[in-house]
Design a protein around this ligand. Structure first.
Ligand code: PEP
Ligand code: MN
Length: 340
């Protein structure tokens, strides 16, 4: 349930309520909005909820007690009506400016990642992406350079001052990846890896949570709830396409998921048209559509020589095509009251 406090509630009122809820066995989550403080009380043994709601309503600083019927609670709009803005090394994700995270699918060498970082940074990308631990459907394809790649990403951050986002696949690697990365990524294949979700929920780094390729929006938000439930509220949801009967594109990019998520959750929503389409010439139109649909951020694969890329060359933009897209996106952002 959520408990909305009156505007005149004091800090000691809040502490009294929090203690009361903890004594009843609830996990307590706070949302301090511009106008209201909302307390989320989650996961207590199933007693008579109506009676508890009535008891809590008797506090003079409690305005309303509302049951949350949805299967996700902390990440829902009821708990936190204002949009969440996540700040990473000065980059605001979820604010008025659209954030572009760009870079190679996989880190292949220090030269490759630094060259790409400089190129995308010079035309306005704010975050550098690059895979160090690569998930792969085939056991025979490239699996990334591991910690060496994390060091190369850090070197690129030194040069450009861009924060870095990279995937973590294994609970045993969360600490290591978090030592280097500014944002941890959970890939589509791990969206329902609940031990990994719990582990990044304990990390003190923001998390990009990609939508599972066969997951509904509600399942995706519940995966986010696993992370938030452990105390990490800094989650960026990423639509990256889902499996359908269509095979011309690698996945079917679900554009409607963007406004749907905006209605259901306060978390920033990102679009990945690279994995969403699998074809470089489809990336720009889908990126533009995503911005117009309300995306807060884009994740785009860029490679200096896509024809030599160890992974995902077919969907990678060359630096000059990426630069053109960045120019074109300004008008799309403006059309929906945002900036690039
Ligand atoms: C990636 O971003 O490198 C990646 C593997 O994406 P996904 O998990 O969406 O396939
Ligand atoms: Mn990729």
């Amino acid at each position: 349930m959520i408990i909305i406090l009156t505007p005149s509630a004091t800090e000691s009122d809040l502490q009294e309520l929090v203690q009361n809820l903890k004594d009843r066995g609830y996990g307590v989550h706070l949302s301090r909005g511009v106008e209201k403080t909302i307390v989320g009380a989650i996961g207590a043994p199933d007693e008579d909820k109506a009676t508890i709601a009535e008891q809590l309503s008797s506090f003079n600083y409690v305005e309303r007690v509302i049951p949350i019927l949805k299967p996700y609670k902390i990440v829902g709009r009821e708990f936190h009506p204002d949009k969440t803005v996540i700040t990473v090394r000065g980059v605001e994700i979820g604010g008025a400016r659209i954030v572009v995270m760009a870079g190679p699918c996989s880190v292949e060498s220090e030269e490759q990642v630094i060259e790409t970082a400089k190129a995308v940074h010079s035309v306005g990308a704010a975050v550098l992406r690059g895979g160090a631990f690569k998930p792969s459907t085939s056991p025979y394809s490239f699996h990334g350079l591991g910690e060496d790649a994390l060091k190369m990403l850090s070197a690129a951050r030194e040069v450009t001052a861009m924060p870095i986002v990279t995937e973590v696949m294994d609970t045993r690697d969360v600490e290591l990846v978090a030592q280097y990365a500014d944002i941890l990524q959970i890939g589509t294949r791990n969206m329902t890896n609940f031990s990994l979700l719990r582990e990044v929920g304990l990390a003190r780094k923001p998390v990009v949570l990609k939508r599972g390729m066969s997951s509904t929006i509600e399942e995706w938000l519940q995966a986010a709830e696993y992370i938030a439930n452990r105390g990490n509220y800094e989650i960026i949801l990423c639509e990256r396409g889902i499996r359908t009967f269509e095979t011309f594109t690698r996945n079917t990019f679900d554009i409607s998921a963007i406004p749907a998520v905006i209605g259901l959750s306060h978390l920033p929503i990102m679009a990945d048209p690279s994995h969403g389409t699998g074809k470089w010439h489809l990336v720009a139109p889908v990126a533009k559509a995503a911005v117009v649909a309300g995306a807060d951020a884009l994740m785009i694969e860029v490679h200096p020589n896509p024809e030599k890329a160890l992974k995902d060359g077919a969907q990678s933009l060359k630096p000059d095509t990426f630069a053109q897209l960045m120019r074109d996106l300004s008008a799309c952002a403006e059309a929906v009251g945002r900036q690039m």
